[in-house]
Design a protein around this ligand. Structure first.
Ligand SMILES: [Fe+2]
Length: 476
C-alpha cells in the first residue's frame, strides 16, 4: 500500500486541532470531552448559536408571568399518559426485558404475555431541593396488537404500587413517572447521542487530511458541536449547574445528583436490563411504535449514501482511515479499531452511517419531540411528596409547582430543549474535491431519498419531525 506524505497544511488545523480528554468537571464515568476548541469554532458558535441564547433570555419575564397566570400542572388522562410513554421520545424507555428487581416488585405478573416495562430507575441518584420531590419509578404496560394500556405504577421512594382505581394517589404517581421521563430523557439517554460523538468529531478534524473522502463526507456534520458541548459540560452558566439564580435551570435538585444521571446513562446500571453501558452503535436501537418506525425509516437512506460515497479509497486514505478508527476507538467504547474497519466494508459503512444518522436525524428528533411536549404535563419539579400506598391524598394540581418552576422550565424549553436548526441536513453541501463530478449525483439522490422518507412517514402518521427541520449536526 503506498502512502503519500502529508504535511501539516494538508490538515484543517495543521494537526494541532481539538482532541478528546477526560472531562475536567467529571473525569470518571462519563464520555471523554473535547475542551480545547479552536477559537474559530468558538466564534462561529457565539455568532450563530450563543447569540440566540442571549436574545431568548429576554422572554424570561413572560415565561414567569405565564407561570403566575396558570399555576400548577395540567390533568393527564390515562390514555394520554400511555400515549406520552409509547408514542414520543419516551418510547425509547419501553422494553420487554425484566431483571431481578423488576421480578421482586412485580412478581409473576411479568410472566403474562405482552407485558412491557417503562423504567425510570436512574432518578434514584437525583438529590432534590427543599420542598421538591422526585422518585425512581417503573410502569407496567400491556400491549394488545399495537395498542398499549397501563396496568400499574411502582414508586420507589415509598415502595408502593398504584393502580388506575387509586384515585388521587394514581394521578400523583403518573406525574412522578412523567418527571422520571423528563429527567431520564434529557440527562440519561439523550446525552448518549451527544457526548461520545464529540471524540469522533474532534479526531476527524485533527487526524484526517482535508482531501480525505471521509473528512469531506463528515465535515459538514461537525459544525457548532464542540463548543456547544463544552458550554454544557463546563460553563458555570450551564443549566446542569442548577443554580437558584438561573432563570433557565428547571431541574429538581443540585448539580451533584444531576451530573450522576449522565453517569447512569454512560456506565449503565449493572443490574438493570433497561440501562446497559454505552457502546457505539451501528444501527438505531429498537424503539417501540411510531417513534421507532421514524428511526428505522431514515437509517437505510444514510447507509445507501455512505455506501455510494466511500468507494475506491486510495492507499493513503485507507492508511488514515485506519488511524482515525484507532484514535476514536481509544476514546469511544465499542468503536471499531483500524484493522477491523479497513478489513470489513460493511462495518465501515455502518460505523459512518450511524454517526451521520446520530448527529442529524437521531439527535434532532428527540429535541423536536420533547420540545413540543406540554411542560405542565411532564414536570421536572413536583412540590408534593410521592404517594404512599394506604395513605389517601387530596390532590390540588395548582399547588404541584410554583410559578418559577414553570418559568425556568419554559425558558429551558425555549433555550435548549426545542429544536433550533441553523444548518439543515437537507441543504448540506459536500465538497468531494476531485471526486465531485462523480459523487454529487449521489448527494442529490440522498436528498431525494430523505424527502421521500419524510413523505412516507407523514402518510404513516410517524413524521416526528419534518425533514426541513432536521439539523445537519448537533447544534442544540
Ligand atoms: Fe441535544
Amino acid at each position: 500500500m503506498s502512502v503519500d506524505h502529508q504535511s501539516p497544511s494538508d490538515f484543517l488545523y495543521s494537526r494541532q486541532g481539538p482532541w478528546p480528554q477526560p472531562c475536567p468537571e467529571h473525569p470518571f464515568g462519563e464520555s471523554a470531552g473535547v475542551i480545547h476548541v479552536p477559537v474559530s469554532e468558538a466564534l462561529d458558535w457565539w455568532l450563530r448559536v450563543g447569540s440566540r441564547y442571549v436574545t431568548t433570555l429576554l422572554y424570561t419575564p413572560v415565561a414567569y408571568l405565564r407561570g403566575i397566570l396558570k399555576p400548577g400542572l395540567a390533568e393527564v388522562s390515562n390514555d394520554e399518559f400511555v400515549s406520552m410513554l409509547t408514542n414520543s421520545m419516551l418510547s425509547k424507555f419501553v422494553k420487554n426485558v425484566f431483571d431481578n428487581k423488576d421480578r421482586e416488585i412485580f412478581g409473576s405478573k411479568l410472566d403474562k404475555e405482552n407485558i412491557w416495562i417503562c423504567d425510570f430507575e436512574p432518578v434514584r441518584v437525583v438529590k432534590t431541593f427543599k420542598g421538591i420531590y422526585a422518585s425512581a419509578s417503573k410502569v407496567l404496560l400491556l400491549k394488545k396488537g399495537d395498542i398499549f394500556s397501563v396496568i400499574e405504577i411502582y414508586i420507589d421512594e415509598t415502595k408502593s404500587i398504584f393502580y388506575p382505581h387509586d384515585e388521587d394517589n394514581w394521578e400523583l404517581a403518573k406525574y412522578f413517572v412523567l418527571q422520571g421521563g423528563a429527567l431520564c430523557s434529557t440527562l440519561v439517554i439523550h446525552p448518549l447521542l451527544h457526548f461520545p460523538m464529540d471524540s469522533v468529531n474532534a479526531i476527524t478534524k485533527t487526524a484526517l487530511p482535508k482531501n480525505h473522502i471521509l473528512f469531506q463526507l463528515l465535515y459538514p456534520h461537525l459544525r457548532f458541536t464542540l463548543y456547544l458541548e463544552k458550554a454544557v459540560l463546563t460553563f458555570k452558566t450551564s443549566l446542569l449547574m442548577s443554580k437558584w439564580w438561573m432563570p433557565y435551570a428547571p431541574y429538581p435538585g443540585p448539580y451533584i445528583g444531576l451530573r450522576d444521571l449522565l453517569v447512569e446513562g454512560y456506565e449503565g446500571i449493572g443490574t438493570n436490563f433497561s440501562y446497559p453501558p454505552f457502546a457505539y452503535q451501528f444501527e438505531p436501537e429498537f424503539i417501540v411504535g411510531k417513534y421507532g418506525e421514524f428511526h428505522q425509516a431514515y437509517y437505510p437512506v444514510f447507509k445507501k449514501f455512505v455506501t455510494e460515497v466511500l468507494v475506491d479509497l486510495t492507499g493513503t486514505e485507507v492508511f488514515y482511515l485506519s488511524k482515525w478508527a484507532d484514535y476514536a476507538s481509544a476514546w469511544v467504547p465499542g468503536f471499531p479499531k483500524g484493522p477491523e474497519l479497513i478489513r470489513d466494508r460493511e462495518l465501515l459503512i455502518s460505523t459512518v452511517a450511524y454517526f451521520l444518522f446520530d448527529v442529524s436525524v437521531g439527535h434532532t428528533v428527540d429535541h423536536y419531540n420533547f420540545g413540543k411536549m406540554d411542560i405542565r404535563k411532564i414536570p421536572m419539579r413536583i412540590r408534593h411528596a410521592p404517594p404512599k400506598a394506604g395513605h389517601k391524598i387530596k390532590l390540588d394540581r395548582s399547588k404541584l409547582t410554583k410559578f418559577w418552576d414553570f418559568g425556568k422550565y419554559e425558558m429551558a424549553r425555549r433555550l435548549f430543549f426545542q429544536e433550533t436548526t441553523k444548518t439543515r441536513l437537507i441543504e448540506t453541501e459536500y465538497d468531494f474535491g476531485k471526486r465531485n463530478h462523480i459523487l454529487q449525483k449521489f448527494v442529490t439522490e440522498f436528498k431525494n431519498n430523505l424527502r421521500k422518507t419524510d413523505e412516507k412517514l407523514k402518510k404513516d402518521n410517524a413524521q416526528f419531525t419534518p425533514v426541513d427541520d432536521i439539523a445537519a449536526s448537533i447544534q442544540f
